[in-house]
Write a protein that binds this ligand. Structure first.
Ligand SMILES: *Cc1c(COP(=O)(O)O)cnc(C)c1O
Length: 407
């Protein structure tokens, strides 16, 4: 007897949640039903589209207010934000940074931009983030403390920081990870690119690490077209983040004094204008995403062999991307299921390839990654756009995106 899952049946359940919806439902689309046109037009009318103008400041204050971080510094994208985070903490040539193997390539690239080496660690089935127990056991084996600094006894290199990532918007279990950081004198950095609006024990993701990064790419919960931000509670680091991201230029009316090698990472005002309008709707987006997640969860509650990934109990997640998890015995069906979902107009995607499977990161130091390997084989992301909720509550209604008048 064949005990395989019926892929078409699963596609049908997803379709039903979406009340049929449009012919093709992408994995994630931005939603522009607020003051986007108004703010972008105002920005254009002002003539300040680039490195000066009010919207950058307004966006930064909105991010601080929303997350509770003392400082937000907006930049060109999430990768640049991560690069800055690492630079701010002094991560440099030959340092190792502990980070999940299960992440988007930007996390590892940012480490590499500093001349540092990603040291890959395993993830947890219940959180999709770094597994604290497994990391603690591993460090007991390989970490060496010398004069208050941690090094890798196998490579002789310093281990500087722990870079966590909040996968699909679900916060990693930060409390035990912080304990590990204290024990081994590691700095905690959060790659919160996917987690704007997510809470860990009531605190906003990205406010627990010493520095954190956000992304406002077009596929994230809030978009500026392309953009990102650094969050920190440290006044000094915030000042340095702004300085480094603006070519390290000293304020002066006409003189060009740059006091170190900085970056042109500042977010253009035009992008910030879009971001301001988007931030006004963040609570609405989260509400819609949580409703959509609830629908999926309900629809898959009694389906054998596959389950909906729900937020860990310590978290309130933004459910940036919804995920289905195949039981171990059905994991071999992942690709067929992806084929069938996509053929039926459902923009489903797998998780990323593990970093150690990418050519340039093949030889990175790493621990046993068996759980990450299982997760990659088991997880399928399904459509998660906030506007899908309009379709759910108004069957047959396909939302139209407002276009500007031509006259
Ligand atoms: C999107 C993303 C980034 C990078 O953001 P960009 O704005 O695209 O540079 C970094 N890390 C993770 C986990 C992401 O999902």
């Amino acid at each position: 007897m064949n005990n395989d899952l019926n892929e078409s049946k699963i596609a049908e359940i997803v379709r039903n949640v979406l009340n049929d919806g449009p012919d093709y439902v992408p994995l994630h689309e931005p939603s522009f039903h607020g003051r986007e046109w108004e703010c972008v037009k105002d920005c254009l009318d002002s003539g300040w589209v680039s490195s000066a103008g009010n919207y950058v400041e307004i966006l930064e204050r909105k991010l601080e207010e929303y997350t509770g971080a003392a400082h937000a510094i907006s930049v060109v994208n999430g990768t640049a934000a991560l690069h800055l985070c690492l630079r701010l903490l002094g991560v440099g040539m030959g340092d190792e940074v502990l980070m999940p193997a299960l992440t988007f390539v930007a996390t590892a690239n940012a480490v590499s931009y500093c001349g540092a080496i990603p040291h890959l660690v395993d993830s947890d089935r219940k959180t999709l983030g770094i597994c604290p127990e497994k990391l603690a056991d591993y460090l007991k084996e390989i970490a060496e403390m010398k004069r208050g600094a941690c090094s890798n006894s196998q490579t002789g290199r310093p281990i500087k920081a722990l870079l966590v990532m909040h996968t699909l918007g679900h916060p990693a279990d930060l409390e035990p990870l912080l304990e590990i950081c204290e024990k081994y004198e590691l700095l905690l950095i959060e790659d919160a690119a996917e987690a704007l609006g997510s809470l860990y024990q009531g605190k906003h993701a990205g406010t627990i690490g010493t520095v954190s990064s956000l992304s406002f790419n077009g596929n994230k919960i809030v978009t500026t077209g392309g953009g990102g931000a650094v969050l920190t509670n440290d006044d000094e680091l915030a000042y340095r983040a702004k300085h480094l991201s603006t070519t390290a230029k000293r304020p002066h009316v006409w003189e060009f004094i740059h006091d170190e090698i900085g970056y042109n990472y500042r977010m253009p005002n035009l992008n910030a204008a879009l971001g301001c309008a988007q931030m006004e709707q963040l609570d609405v987006f989260i509400d819609k995403k949580r409703k959509l997640a609830e629908k999926y969860k309900e629809a898959f509650r009694n389906v054998e062999g596959i389950s909906f990934f729900a937020e860990p109990e310590y978290a309130r997640s933004n459910y940036w991307l919804n995920a289905l998890v195949l039981d171990h015995k059905h994991a071999h069906q992942r690709d067929t299921l992806l084929e069938i979902l996509n053929r039926q107009g459902i923009g489903a995607r797998p998780l990323w390839k593990l970093m150690n499977e990418l050519e340039m990161y093949r030889s990175c130091p790493r621990m046993d990654l068996s759980v990450s390997e299982e997760l990659v084989q088991a997880v399928i992301n399904i459509p998660s756009s906030p506007d899908l909720v309009n379709i759910i509550s108004n069957p047959g209604l396909v939302t139209t995106i407002k276009t500007p008048g031509l006259g």
